[in-house]
Design a protein. Structure first.
Length: 190
């Protein structure tokens, strides 16, 4: 993969536990392979616990706590899935404020699986077309979004995908969209 994201810092917002590990690690590696700098932002210091579905997997060190970091330091945001991860994030006011700040700054955001729950809480889906894990479709529609069953959907600067099987196209798309967004465009929301 070409060095398309050189000089870009990408936040990965993850709760202390419950993230679907592959939905965290594969996009992380895609950002690194494209020359970007991924940083793990969480709601607590220490490490996050990855999961393979319901089974504990690896642990990863947190780079920054969401309450102590300025969202404007990031060029883009990745919201990995898992069921518990976005459920915990959407109930954390500082995590939601962090996402909202990136939305208001017009930064591109990539969310997979159950991660759109956090976008719903940040009021970022109204009038948008998204995909997700199928069980979120009613939540997304109730929040004013159009839900579609596709591998990846790009709506402005919002990139969404359904599940781990979609990771190859999700990762390629987020790298492309993050690189395209690096071109200065004044006052563009996601």
């Amino acid at each position: 993969m070409a060095q398309q994201l050189t000089k870009q810092t990408v936040a990965f917002l993850v709760a202390p536990e419950g993230v679907e590990q592959v939905e965290f690690t594969e996009p992380w590696e895609a950002v690194r392979a494209a020359g970007g700098t991924p940083e793990l932002v969480s709601t607590a210091k220490g490490e996050i616990q990855g999961f393979h579905h319901l089974d504990k997997a690896d642990r990863f060190p947190v780079d920054h706590v969401v309450s102590e970091v300025d969202a404007h330091r990031y060029d883009a945001l990745v919201l990995p899935g898992g069921v518990a991860n976005p459920d915990l994030l959407r109930t954390d006011a500082q995590a939601v404020a962090f996402v909202r700040a990136l939305i208001e700054a017009g930064r591109p955001i990539a969310a997979i699986c159950h991660a759109p729950w956090t976008l719903i809480e940040a009021d970022a889906v109204r009038g948008r077309t998204l995909t997700s894990w199928p069980s979120l479709q009613t939540d997304l529609r109730n929040a004013g979004a159009t839900w579609v069953d596709e591998e990846v959907v790009v709506d402005g600067r919002l990139i969404t995908s359904r599940k781990p099987d979609d990771l190859p196209v999700f990762c390629a798309t987020l790298v492309r969209e993050f690189a395209d967004a690096a071109e200065p465009t004044p006052n563009v929301g996601i």
